[in-house]
Design a protein around this ligand. Structure first.
Ligand code: UDP
Length: 512
């Protein structure tokens, strides 16, 4: 930054989903550590959720300001304090939270108009942020919590001549058009809003319009993971993209992690001492992100598969209460008879009924594979820990992320989930079950050993090294971040010198 010039001032606006809040916060931290004046615009309970990492950042001399917004609890009919979807497993509550988030627009616009920053980094759920930024003559960076690869795949499906329009059945495989790799999918694995026109289609279209109307895209990923897709994205959209992560490598300790109001019933010490007694690569870690609540029937299939695979495991289950509140009869609805006791007795497995310290677990040498729903953060965390993945996508862009792991990099084994769902709480029960034999086959493929598993392991470790190099001194992500900060400084000084007056009325966009 220019000597004596006031620091660049950036506002970050997270949405209400836990992983989006956390990953945007990690970007705040990254910018603040470079001397940028960072303000997070959020509600008290989301700020409370970030209390621990905020304090940790402060202790490390990294200052992140919080501008508190008043959540319209009464207007949307929610009790005070329910301001995000952390730990929420009820569609009605989640819908109200999202509605409340929409109503924050006026407060945010007013604040930003009165105290304009030099740049806005806003989550995709704020499509109006691009217009506001254009009006203020400042850049808006678009953030959607995922990578360039899934965005390019979705864009390919949206094209008028996309081959999915000619698929003869839901399970008929075809290759997506115009991408750097031949990516094979089926209709049943594509998001329904891209196949038909429904309410979500309109919402997603408004997000895309706002992305095309912004300055560029910021991504918590590293260039080496999706090189060809950066180029593809920039070519097809005309927008610039900055890969500045993976930030998870900068915030690895559980001390840096946000607080969840989900119960963590097993202590970190207990987990670590159990893992310490296990051989390297001998334990499977099973976790489906912050909001995947499977049906009892599906949980039963997972438990049965893990038992018959013969391998050790840590299994995270969020929607089940503590053991002492559950009868054997309750348990038998979602696991085989005396499964938990048997696994404990045989020192085979640990069920975490609540929030797990995921990065701590993944980083342990005993973890040999990660069964994941392919959420972008989990994908990053798996790669950064050097752990091969068993891919079990559910919703959002996860079926695309699976392809990045399994088809592009060969570091994931597909479990064979083949039904995209919009809402895991409601829809999963009516869609296809993934049967135990498929699950067991995928587990054995990675955990039994053999040449193929060794190759997969080697490939993921090579990517880990690339991720570390990217975020390290002189690495691609560091260079990108520097370039972005310099670019924002340049725009700021043009603005303060009156060089871009004509940018004020909606013209402030960066074409690649
Ligand atoms: N996570 C965790 N413990 C859990 C479940 C999830 O720490 O028991 C964290 C995980 O490490 C990741 C995030 O929650 O950082 C999940 O984000 P992701 O993008 O993978 O999936 P989402 O929750 O958005 O579906």
């Amino acid at each position: 930054m220019e000597a004596n010039s006031p620091p660049l001032k950036i506002y970050f606006i997270p949405s209400v989903g836990p992983s989006h809040i956390v990953s945007l916060f990690e970007l705040c931290r990254l910018f603040a550590s470079r001397g940028v004046h960072v303000t997070l615009l959020t509600t008290p309970s989301s700020a409370g959720f970030l209390r621990k990492p905020l304090l940790r950042a402060e202790a490390a001399g990294i200052r992140i300001h919080v501008h508190s917004l008043k959540f319209p609890s009464q207007e949307v009919g929610l009790p005070e304090g329910v301001e995000n979807v952390v730990g929420v497993d009820d569609t009605d509550v989640a819908t109200k939270v999202f509605r409340g988030m929409g109503l924050l627009r006026h407060q945010m616009e007013q604040f930003m108009e009165q105290n304009p920053p030099d740049c806005i980094v806003a989550d995709l759920f704020y499509p109006w942020a691009s217009d506001l930024a254009n009006r203020l003559g400042i850049p808006r960076l678009f953030f959607d919590g995922s990578g360039s690869f899934p965005t390019c795949l979705l864009e390919s499906v949206r094209r008028p001549g996309s081959p999915h329009r000619f698929a003869s059945s839901k399970s008929d495989p075809f290759v997506l058009a115009g991408l750097p790799h031949p990516i094979t999918v089926t209709l049943s694995r594509l998001p329904d809003y891209a196949l038909t026109t429904n309410e979500i289609t309109y919402m997603m279209d408004s997000f895309r319009d706002s992305e095309l109307n912004c300055y560029g895209r910021i991504v918590n990923s590293f260039a080496e993971l999706e090189e060809e897709y950066i180029e593809h994205y920039e070519k097809t959209t005309g927008k610039a993209v900055w890969h500045v992560g993976p930030t998870t490598l900068l915030n690895r300790s559980s001390e840096d992690k946000a607080e969840r109001n989900l119960k963590a019933v097993v202590s970190e010490d207990e987990i670590l001492s159990w893992l310490n007694s296990k051989q390297p690569n001998s334990v499977l870690y099973v976790c489906f992100g912050s909001g995947a609540y499977f049906t009892d029937e599906q949980l039963f299939e997972i438990a049965s598969a893990m038992e018959s695979s013969g391998h050790k495991f840590i299994w995270v289950v969020h929607n089940k209460g503590r053991t002492e509140n559950e009868t054997e009869e309750d348990r038998q609805k979602w696991m085989p008879r005396e499964f938990e006791e048997r696994m404990r007795r045989e020192d085979r497995g640990m069920i975490i009924r609540g929030w797990a310290p995921q990065t701590l677990i993944l980083d342990h040498a005993a973890i040999g594979a990660f069964m994941t729903h392919c959420g972008w953060n989990s994908l990053m965390e798996g790669i950064c820990a050097g752990v091969p993945m068993i891919t079990w996508p559910l919703h959002s862009e996860q079926f695309f992320n699976e392809k990045l792991l399994a088809q592009v990099h060969g570091i994931g084994v597909e479990v064979g989930a083949d039904d995209w769902v919009l809402n895991i709480y409601v829809e999963y029960a009516t869609k296809n079950l993934v049967k135990r034999d498929r699950i067991e086959r995928a587990v054995r493929k990675l955990m039994d050993g053999g040449d193929e598993a060794m190759d997969i392991r080697r490939r993921v470790r090579e990517l880990t090294e690339k991720a570390k190099a990217a975020i390290g001194e002189g690495g691609s992500s560091q260079r990108k971040l520097t370039a972005l900060i310099e670019d924002l400084q340049r725009l700021k000084s043009m603005r303060t010198k009156g060089g871009i007056d004509d940018a004020k009325e909606g013209e402030f966009k960066r074409e690649k």
